[in-house]
Design a protein around this ligand. Structure first.
Ligand SMILES: Cc1cc2nc3c(=O)[nH]c(=O)nc-3n(C[C@H](O)[C@H](O)[C@H](O)COP(=O)(O)O)c2cc1C
Length: 330
């Protein structure tokens, strides 16, 4: 069994990665239903939360049914991060995750996200103080290092563990790599093989088939896999991996009916969450992913992404179901 603080998880849990504009409550709920063992919010700015910026505050909304859920925060200023903990706690998440891995320039230039990999002492201090500030388990998501010449992830992970971090998820790339090349899981395995490590070490980066998840478990010996892009448009990925682990076989492709049902539920949950206008608007970006691969789909996609009225979008889903009933997904 794998434990994050007192949270008990099955062997080799699958975690939904925090993803900006993707890991919203409806998407997280869908992934949870399909087997994700832990889900994370997208990153939330500590400075935004302190200013009470509406957009940041909304990112703290969580559903009961998605637990255990982690809220991920980012920032580099100690006082702001500590105040953020107090704000985040009011949403009653199960986990608070610190983003020490975002490679984007506007985050890194302020010393936050992966920027902190240039100052391991601050990374350690921030984590230590945040752990002291809350009774919730604090976890960290980070990268291998700033660049190829400064990979110290074994030492970093140990230091974070020693100040009370309860689990670490490591994306097998450096900041300099951004998303280029292949994720390297070897340094993550070194972290896991450090005899002093006792907190869960989760691997992240390029797990896009059940076979790769199995490799991460069996050949790299990691405690679980954090899955990002493979779940976009495919919340069923978690179920697909688990089925493969249990049977050694692949599930049949997800049918059009299941895809339409997921899109419908996603839209309905979004409307229930933020109201008709925002719900319709913000769910648009997900449709392409659910229906990826269908040829000559543009006309239908346009109906889904241009209407402001949910009735039209639901009608477009019905039309797709009717029109493409013979289409076989891979
Ligand atoms: C659209 C998108 C948004 C992301 N947003 C975040 C984020 O808010 N916080 C974070 O820690 N990582 C973020 N990431 C990185 C992912 O969590 C993950 O580390 C990365 O995609 C590699 O995993 P994968 O190969 O399974 O996708 C994002 C990635 C994508 C593709």
């Amino acid at each position: 069994m794998v434990k994050i603080g007192d949270i008990e998880l099955p062997d080799f849990p699958l975690l939904l990665a925090p993803m900006e504009d993707v890991s919203d409550p409806p998407f997280r709920a869908l992934c949870k239903e399909q087997g994700a063992d832990v889900v994370y919010t997208e990153f939330v700015s500590s400075e935004g939360l302190i200013r009470n910026a509406a957009k940041s505050v909304m990112k703290l909304d969580i559903y009961e049914k998605e637990r255990p859920v982690g809220i991920q925060i980012f920032g580099a200023n100690m006082e702001s991060m500590l105040q953020t903990i107090d704000i985040v706690e009011k949403s009653n998440p199960d986990i608070i995750d610190i983003n020490f891995g975002c490679p984007v320039k506007k985050v890194v230039s302020k010393g936050a996200g992966a920027g902190i990999l240039k100052d391991i002492c601050l990374m350690e201090q921030l984590t230590a103080e945040m752990v002291k500030r809350t009774n919730l388990p604090v976890t960290v998501k980070t990268r291998l290092g700033w660049d190829h010449d400064s990979i110290k992830i074994v030492e970093v992970a140990e230091r974070l563990q020693d100040v009370g971090c309860k689990a670490i998820s490591i994306h097998g790339r450096t900041r300099a790599q951004m998303y280029k090349g292949e994720a390297d899981w070897k340094p993550i395995a070194e972290v896991k093989n450090n005899p002093r490590m006792h907190i869960p070490v989760f691997g992240n980066g390029d797990v896009d088939t059940p076979e790769k998840a199995m490799l991460m478990r069996d050949s790299y010996g990691l405690d679980g896999a954090m899955i990002g892009r493979a779940s976009i448009g495919n919340p069923w990925f978690f179920k697909q991996v688990k089925h493969f682990f249990e049977t050694g076989e692949h599930l049949p492709p997800i049918s059009l009916a299941e895809r339409v049902e997921a899109a419908r539920r996603h839209l309905q949950m979004a409307i229930d969450w933020k109201g008709e206008v925002l719900g319709v608007f913000e769910t648009r970006r997900h449709y392409t992913n659910y229906f990826k691969g269908i040829p000559h789909f543009k006309e239908y996609r346009m109906k889904m992404v241009t209407s402001d009225d949910s009735k039209d979008v639901f009608a477009a889903f019905d039309e797709v179901l009717d029109k493409f009933s013979d289409y076989q997904f891979q």
